[in-house]
Design a protein around this ligand. Structure first.
Ligand SMILES: NC(=O)C1=CN([C@@H]2O[C@H](COP(=O)(O)OP(=O)(O)OC[C@H]3O[C@@H](n4cnc5c(N)ncnc54)[C@H](OP(=O)(O)O)[C@@H]3O)[C@@H](O)[C@H]2O)C=CC1
Ligand SMILES: CC(C)(CO)C(=O)C(=O)O
Length: 300
């Protein structure tokens, strides 16, 4: 039984705390005023109390002996969340990041000591908060975890045992490739669904084919420059399959834009633009999607 801290009580934080607390001791760090119990709900079943302790930052102390600290905040929230928790990270603990989009791994790794392993968990399980305290589990999806520093790549026994309770979890020795593959899905779906205010399935309309093709082609060129093997045809097939599987869902970016929240576009199309500059590869379609989503936020 591992001692786990989950940072962030959003949809993914609550789903993971529900599953992990079946076989681990779980504490969830919230920045909300209330540390009352949260609930997990699935379909028409009665909601269940999540068997975890909810705490605020001032309740963290240096005597907490966490084996695993999991960050389930959005990509752009990781630096601040990590800075808050860093003083309380035990010397030998493992850190797991989990978010959509790229970035954060190198920056966090630079701040860990040589006895702290770093992992990344990418997930396709789906959920949303129907109110501050309840997570609705809406999709099964696979979760894939892999090591991001040499310590994590050498020995993952404790982390593997703790994360066993996450449904459909598998391990990879190339998490960067898995993250990039998820990034391609997010490039194809998230900005266009947000800009057109449509469900994922509506993106299968022929009028979006050309832009999806061009944006993914740019991203596959970046993948190739990074030494990854992701053919455009594979990226397109996966993106259209996910549009089909999630046809009645609104993407997270569509929801962020509708609710005037900061989106993860910087970690998605912004990452492609930044890598394009690095490798001298033109990325006009991703640049345009980035600019349009950024403009949307500023006019809402
Ligand atoms: N929801 C889904 O179905 C899926 C989500 N993802 C990805 O997983 C990540 C998390 O998504 P999701 O759970 O939906 O997002 P949410 O916005 O619901 O959750 C993020 C949570 O982190 C909290 N938080 C942010 N900063 C801190 C901090 N410094 N200290 C404590 N808590 C903090 C936020 O608090 P507050 O509520 O107070 O703002 C919020 O509750 C995203 O990258 C998303 O793209 C991936 C697959 C599916
Ligand atoms: C897979 C997809 C596109 C599902 O909506 C997603 O990850 C998101 O909405 O952020």
């Amino acid at each position: 039984m591992a001692n786990i801290l989950i940072v962030g009580d959003g949809a993914i934080g609550l789903l993971l705390s529900h599953f992990l607390s079946a076989s681990n001791h779980v504490t969830v760090l919230t920045r909300k005023a209330s540390t009352n119990t949260r609930f997990y709900s699935r379909g028409n079943n009665a909601s269940k109390k999540i068997n975890a302790q909810f705490i605020s930052l001032n309740q963290l102390n240096k005597n907490n002996e966490f084996d695993l600290v999991l960050f389930t905040v959005k990509a752009f929230q990781v630096p601040d969340a990590f800075a808050q928790v860093k003083p309380f990270l035990p010397k030998g603990c493992s850190v797991v990041l989990s978010h959509n989009g790229m970035g954060n791994v190198d920056e966090i790794n630079d701040q860990l000591n040589s006895t702290q392993a770093l992992y990344f968990l990418t997930t396709s399980m789906a959920g949303y908060k129907s109110n501050l305290y309840i997570v609705q589990h809406t999709g099964e999806g696979q979760s894939v975890v892999g090591g991001c520093n040499s310590l994590a790549l050498q020995n993952n026994e404790v982390t593997a045992e703790a994360l066993k309770a996450v449904p459909n979890i598998k391990w990879t020795d190339n998490i960067h490739q898995l993250r990039f593959e998820k990034l391609l899905v997010n490039i194809a779906i998230n900005p266009l669904s947000a800009l057109n205010n449509i469900k994922n399935g509506e993106l299968r309309s022929p009028k979006y084919n050309a832009i999806i093709f061009s944006a993914l082609n740019e991203a596959c060129n970046i993948a190739k420059a990074q030494g990854l093997d992701i053919p455009l045809i594979k990226a397109l097939n996966t993106a259209y399959k996910i549009m089909e599987l999630t046809c009645d869902n609104y993407s997270s970016m569509q929801q962020d834009v509708v609710h005037n929240r900061t989106t993860e576009i910087a970690a998605i199309c912004g990452y492609i633009r930044q890598q394009g500059k690095l490798y001298n590869i033109k990325t006009p379609y991703n640049n345009e999607l980035l600019a349009k989503i950024e403009a949307k936020k500023s006019v809402v």
